[in-house]
Structure formats: structure tokens, C-alpha cells
Design a protein around this ligand. Structure first.
Ligand SMILES: *Cc1c(COP(=O)(O)O)cnc(C)c1O
Length: 355
């Protein structure tokens, strides 16, 4: 597929940049965005980095009715020497390609995805916060054809927007408390669970809200049998047992995270016993009772590594906080990941790409 040239239109209006202490997650957007259009007749066309602005969209557009919407989440970091790097952007492109196939959408070609994002980050690089902040990148693909029959849209809009962020959780990297969700289901076999389809987040809101009311910041998702562990909120999950570290295998209902993949790479590099396998909730409870459960943590671009403090259901509760301290392994992984991202440690696994 031919990649269109990317035109660059500089904004004439610039927003005030927020204070580092008020950033939070995803509250502010930068001055520019990247957009590109696709139609069956023209292929990809009109690729532009231009001023951040509202879209004009036909009320009949497929995304507004049948939810053809897919996104990605990735980050750019400003290193100490002011060098700007992207963390594993090709991983995100591959995942968007796979998700687009599942949703019968046309993903942007790799060059368009990577170059569009790089040009965008370049033009807005003054927005990248210093450590421990970063620039969150949200590439999104939606069906825009106006047509009320239920079939794949013949027109797509791909866009990317940027948000300067600090930590995802109010707690920072302090332990988060997790509710085990036994009522609602995030993903069913054969469904969309392995993709970053917008629909997966619509389906998850109710459970997250109910958990919040009980005082928990996220839910632990189980599979359709409610026996096996899948992931936590919008993060993959790792359990550290006495002699094994386990993360659930990707069987089609779990979103395969880039941070999950990177953590597995690190654990292998460090010769630690990491298994990707099916993991029963009852196994975790049992291990906890026997003193064999050492740590648990979530992984994701937004939160990086998020230690789990408490895991709770109606009938039991596991407490994993070591006197409020982050677990040893999750701390070691966090230090390595962020060390590479900010350029303090060698990028042994080739994760970083310059602009
Ligand atoms: C995005 C996401 C993850 C984490 O993926 P990363 O690529 O590591 O950010 C995990 N689970 C769900 C449901 C997600 O949406």
C-alpha cells in the first residue's frame, strides 16, 4: 500500500502548558494532532499534522452506531540529555493491525503510523514533562462511512493525540487495592478481548464503578468460567510465587500488553522462572494461605508497574503489602523499565526509538 506524504500545518494558537504537579492522567491535550483518512477508492490520503481541533463527522458514521473504534496507548519520554524516545512503537502498530483485522477495519501502514506519530511528537515536544512524567500517545482508528446497514465501514479516520501525564493512579506506585470481579465479564472466547477495541472499555465501566464504591481502584477480571485469572483493569497481571512467576497465557480473551511482553523479556534475561500459563484464582488464594505468594503487580503503559496491595472478594481478602513497601521484584522491574525509558540504563533489548 502506498503511504501518502505527511503535510505539516503549524498551529497559530498555543495553549498554556499545565504545571507538572497538576498533570494527572489524560486531562490535557497538546497543540497538534495527526490525522489521516482512508477510503476503499483512494487508499490512505490527506495525512496531516495540524492544529488540535474538533472533528466534523457525519451523524451516520459507523463508529457512532456500530462501534468500529480501536485505539492504542504508547509513550514518549524526554531523557536527561533532552533526547526524545518512543517506547516500542512497532509493538503498538502490530497490535493495531491485528485489532483492525478483527474489527474489519483498515489499519494505517507502518510508515504512516510511525512517521505521523514521530512528526506529531516532534512538533509538540516542548509538552513532554520531565521525569517522572511522560507524553502519552493515543493513536485511534474509527469507521467514518455514513451508512446504516451493519457491515464494515469503507472509510476510516486514523488520528493520534498527545497528553502530558504523570502517574496513572493517585497512589503513584504505591500498592493498589483490587476487587475480584465475579459478576461482570470483560471478554468472552471468540470476542474482542485481545484487541484494544473501544467496546472493551464500555463493557468494563460498570464493574470499575462498583469496585470504586467498595473502595477498590480496579477489578481483577476472571474468564467466563469465573475460575481463571485474566487481567486487572486495563493492565496485565503477574503473580510472584515462591518458585515461579506467573502471568496468564494469551488465550484470546486477554489483551497482550507491550509492558507485559517487556517484563517477560526482562525476567528471562535475569534467568527468573517466568511462566505464561492458565492460573486459577483458587491457586492464588491457596498460595497466599501457605505463605507462598510473595507479590502481585499489574503492568501497562499508563501505570507502568502497579503493585497490588489487597485482593478481595465477598468472602476473602489477601493482603500483599509489605508494611506499605513495594515488593522487591516489582520495584526491580519498575527501576529497570523506567531506567531504560529515561536513558539511565542501557537499552539492552532494543525497546527505544528516537524521533
Ligand atoms: C492497554 C491494556 C493493557 C496493557 O497494555 P500495554 O501495551 O502494556 O499498555 C492491558 N490490558 C488491557 C485491557 C488494556 O487495555
Amino acid at each position: 500500500m502506498k503511504t501518502p506524504p505527511i503535510s505539516i500545518v503549524k498551529s497559530v494558537k498555543f495553549k498554556a502548558k499545565p504545571e507538572a504537579t497538576t498533570l494527572g492522567f489524560g486531562k490535557y491535550f497538546t497543540d497538534h494532532m495527526f490525522t489521516a483518512k482512508y477510503s476503499v477508492e483512494k487508499g490512505w490520503h490527506q495525512a496531516e499534522v495540524g492544529p488540535y481541533k474538533s472533528f466534523e463527522i457525519d451523524p451516520g458514521a459507523s463508529v457512532l452506531h456500530y462501534g468500529q473504534a480501536l485505539f492504542e496507548g504508547m509513550k514518549a519520554f524526554k531523557q536527561e540529555n533532552e533526547k526524545v524516545v518512543l517506547f516500542r512503537p512497532e509493538f503498538n502498530w502490530h497490535r493495531m493491525v491485528a485489532g483492525a483485522d478483527r474489527l474489519c477495519m483498515e489499519a494505517p501502514p507502518k510508515d504512516l503510523f510511525l512517521n505521523g506519530i514521530k512528526e506529531l511528537v516532534k512538533i509538540d515536544q516542548e509538552w513532554i514533562p520531565d521525569q517522572p512524567g511522560s507524553l502519552y500517545i493515543r493513536p485511534t482508528l474509527v469507521g467514518t462511512e455514513a451508512f446504516l446497514g451493519v457491515r464494515p465501514s469503507n472509510e476510516m479516520l486514523f488520528f493520534a493525540i498527545l497528553s502530558p501525564v504523570s502517574s496513572y493512579y493517585a497512589e503513584g506506585s504505591a500498592p493498589v487495592n483490587i476487587w475480584v470481579e465475579t459478576n461482570y465479564l470483560r471478554a468472552a472466547p471468540g470476542g474482542l478481548g485481545a484487541t484494544k477495541a473501544a467496546a472493551n472499555y464500555a463493557v468494563s465501566l460498570k464493574a470499575a464503578l462498583d469496585a470504586k464504591k467498595k473502595g477498590y481502584s480496579q477489578v481483577l477480571w476472571l474468564d467466563f468460567s469465573r475460575e481463571y485469572i485474566e487481567e486487572v483493569g486495563t493492565m496485565n497481571v503477574f503473580f510472584v510465587f515462591e518458585n515461579e512467576i506467573v502471568t496468564p497465557s494469551l488465550d484470546g480473551t486477554i489483551l497482550g500488553g507491550g509492558v507485559r511482553h517487556s517484563v517477560i523479556q526482562l525476567l528471562k534475561l535475569w534467568n527468573l522462572p517466568i511462566s505464561e500459563r492458565k492460573l486459577k484464582l483458587s491457586e492464588v488464594l491457596e498460595a497466599s494461605k501457605n505463605g507462598k505468594l510473595k507479590e502481585a503487580f499489574g503492568t501497562g503503559t499508563a501505570a507502568v508497574i502497579s503493585p497490588i496491595g489487597e485482593l478481595a472478594t465477598e468472602s476473602w481478602k489477601i493482603n500483599l503489602t509489605n508494611n506499605g513497601q513495594q515488593g522487591e521484584l516489582s520495584k526491580k522491574i519498575y527501576d529497570e523499565l523506567t531506567g531504560v525509558q529515561y536513558g539511565r540504563r542501557e537499552d539492552k533489548l532494543g525497546w527505544l526509538q528516537p524521533l
